[in-house]
Design a binder for this molecule. Sequence first.
Ligand code: GLA
Length: 388
Amino acid sequence: MAKTNSDIASSFVRLFPESQNFLIVRSPGRINIIGEHTDYNEGFVLPAAIDKAAYMAMSLRDDDELRLVALDMNESFSIKLADLKPIGDINWPNYILGSAAQFIKRGVKLPGFNAVLTSDVPMGAGLSSSAAVECATVFALNELLQTGLDRLTMVQMAQKAEHEYAGVMCGIMDQFASMMGKKDYVIKLDCSSLEYEYVPFKLEGIKVLLLNTNVKHSLASSEYNTRRKECETAVEWVREHVQGVNSLRNVTEEMLDSYVLPKDKLIDKRSRFVVQEIERLVQGCKDLQRDDLGALGQKMFATQDGLSKMYGVSCKELDWLVDNVRNNANVIGARMMGGGFGGCTINLVKEDAIDEIVASLKPTYEKEMNLPLTWYVASIENGTEIIA
Ligand code: GLA
């Protein structure tokens, strides 16, 4: 896989020798410490951009062709601008096409372009490999076309690309983290006002260990959209009785007791998780600010229980990985991360115990689940940037 500037640059020159002016953008994947499935409910999230990223080299063309190459998959795709629409089957072009389409929707006269993509964000691992590609595309086009868009606008365009071309009605967290990340800080983002604050996250002797179940989250997009609807239903039922309620952000557990639980137990469970999770994040940030990592870690375990038993987005492999570190003194907190149904768990662990933790889990996980267990230590890095 081509990961460095020079690798992607030489591939670009080989594939598009006629293109003189090209740039290379790096756009990272993300982690999220706590606050899951809260973004589309107008709650808070606490994500950060990481050292794994998508890299895109791009140049404009004189005609109306889009020529796209994914180096890691050894695949290419071309389309004329006049035919721009979501494509079936192959996924990766949709993220680029969907992002380009946002410029046209804004009235920008988009020419054709060449784009070469490579990424070391593992796909389907809950690290937002797709948001990384969307943000890279929007950022590169903004630069080449000199459209002067601010980062927040670009975040929203990348999110729309996911809605319209990938069909996942995602919240704003992934694209926001990829675009706005800052080295050694997590972002406390209020998904209602879009106000945000960088919270320091350089912890002495503590690392973020990601354990990848290697379960590909095939259920994720359909179930994701279903969860969103379940939350909207709860909001509608509360709104029939309480004024000014637009999202679960404004809903309390007492309101659920009165207006949702009597109507439907499942909708109650789903929405109650979200109401609790929004509050858990607010308290978890306070833990972080007063250096009480132990308390934050316990909240991460509580999030896992909620995601698994109330929100119904975990799977046996994710549950296994969290249950098997719960009583490990070297693991401060752990939970599944992202949309769910597979992907990674995020673990806050003592740095010098990482090898031991992985060595104790790997053989049993692989035997019991019949899947490989892979792992990464994530460092927190800057968001989308031009690197050449
Ligand atoms: C996916 C979505 C995000 C967010 C998470 C769950 O990653 O893209 O917007 O909803 O799931 O927290």
